[in-house]
Design a protein around this ligand. Sequence first.
Ligand SMILES: [Zn+2]
Length: 302
Amino acid sequence: MTATLDWYGCATYRLTIGDVVVFLDAYVDRVPGAAGPNPPVKADDIDRADWIVVGHSHFDHLWGAERIAARTGATIIGSHETVRVMEAAGVPLAQLMPVAGGERIELADGLFVSVYPSLHSCVWSHQGMHPVDEVCLGDLFVTHQERQDRMGDLFSYIATLGEDTRNHLRASAQGPRGDGHTLVFLFDTPEGSLLYQDTSGHWSGIVADLRPDVAIIAAAGRGNVDGEPIQGSLAQFVARQAALLKPARVILSHHDNWLPGFSIATDVEPIRTELARWLPRAELAEPGYLDGFEVFAGLRRG
Ligand SMILES: [Zn+2]
């Protein structure tokens, strides 16, 4: 039974294990000019899925799940907010499985996913994305209210990015309240275990106890460590999280130029350099778009 990953861009992957298809996030449609598979793929083109796990309720993760679920009959696993938004978008309750962290779900015979609470990147702390090796300091102990104000400024800024972006934001607006609670997923397969994260934040006490063979770690924005912005670079966030998880292989998510004007195409080299410092035995793999990357092939474990 081979496990393969197909990257759809942003943080969305398709995980295929034997004949079971699991979408990791569901954001498939892109604003014109964004990076992604070429030719572009639409959520309406997806005709096979058994499960969709969603890390949080922002449009660049959740939008599309309602159409994939409608076409394929897949069940969506996500936060209670994700489930509320999907129900409002017309997904039958029988295809919605709300979770909060602490659940172990049987996806198929011998295939399980465990859910853990996580944290969103400190998106309130910046307007554009900083280079991955830029050390960012400060912004500590900012109150929730102040963060909300800064998020408002950020959305105002994104709305100035042009007509295509405005249309995209209008089309993808499903009305989530904030990020709706952030989750990470640990897949337990006959081939090995795989962690999936879709935004650069974590509770260090939680990830320190997880031991995936392969970890998909989000690389976008200012990392969030236990509720505060990392005092360091994004590359350091990724490498430090890898050092807690100790996977044999690291794969990135959310690192392409998915929303030009806000996102940037992440330079992977500084991440490779930091990873070599923090977890020298780990390999950094770089699957391309839709290339059927074999998740556990050739792993040096233990
Ligand atoms: Zn988000």
